[in-house]
Design a protein around this ligand. Sequence first.
Ligand SMILES: *Cc1c(COP(=O)(O)O)cnc(C)c1O
Length: 406
Amino acid sequence: MRAIYLDNNATTRTDPEVVAAMLPFFTEQFGNASSTHTFGSEVAGAVREARRHVQNLLGAAHDHEVIFTSGGTESDNAALLSALENQPERNQIVTMAVEHPAVLSLVAYLRQSRGIEVTTVGVNENGELDIEAYRAALGPRTAVASVMWANNETGTIYPVELLAGYAHEAGALFHTDAVQAVGKIPIDLSSSAIDMLSLSGHKLHAPKGIGALYVRKGVKFKPLLRGGRQERGRRAGTENIPAIVGLGKAAEIAAVRIEEEQTKVRALRDRLEQGVLQQIGNCSVVGGNAERLPNTSNIAFDCLDSEAILHKLEQVGIAASSGSACASGSMEPSHVLRAMNVPATALQGAIRFSLSRDNTPEDIGRVLDVMPGIISKLQSMSPLWRDRHETKAATSGDGEYVFARS
Ligand SMILES: *Cc1c(COP(=O)(O)O)cnc(C)c1O
């Protein structure tokens, strides 16, 4: 039986077309882009083309607004550190409680080691940013506001254009971690107020270890890595040519297919979600009422343990996640769900299904075939569940609660 992969927000399969585009750059075209001979100039041309594909996917006005990096984490770090270094008179960062650790651990470190003031704005139970609190947090000391375009655990989409405008009113820069948005929803930076944007290759069917940072023309930038003059002096180190070519190819494919795939993936996600909700009681979609990415569904099963659900899914060849890959295994409930005030009984039982263009209707059919059995089995084994629901069912005579389903 083919394994079913529903963890595409953790990483995606590198597209075979992307792999094919990369291969020559390990063999015949192994040159260093900085060399003046033909080996170098051929490779430099391939980097230029890749940069144009990324520029096009972002709708960026100039190709030199795109800096290749090692991935989303580096882009996030480079953006925030540059904003601080360029504005020494401003020592505050405004960010959001449900950001990725690539932003949250960095700002925690900056607070501790450099005395940077960090204001972390909260979200409501739908995962939506408290915009009034965000506006109130911005001020003359704000160097940069950083709010992700879309959340990796819930898919919630944030109004980044609006938020960038508010940041500018306070004279601050605006950065967005768009790692989960790029390639999934249309992005157009041509007349945008966004100053900096992070993206990562492996979330859009390119390889791991490659990404980009968009820095709008006119925004001052201080590099994270110093050395050679690569990337116009903004990111030193010999370019990872095969990966850059791969990211370019992935961006080219995404730009062409984004609308069609959005529709296809959304239909599969909705079928999965509605199927689960209809067949299984006492579960709910986390952040289901907010604007969301088309590929993500985070479903919380009351009184159950997500690790147990994932284990049962694994046994029938289905891979999903209990939130961010970085947090799973630690048994700590997700900081995203906690910030959303998800009730304690649902917090431990949240499963994230994240789809991609590689998923088929058959995949979803199989998940819907096995989920009711898995969940009712675990419910029958959960003392917490029996406590909360069996007594309720017994006293109300409500036929909705059936435990002995095989
Ligand atoms: C995956 C991810 C990152 C980290 O990107 P890497 O390329 O793995 O370093 C950052 N932010 C978000 C929202 C992500 O989903």
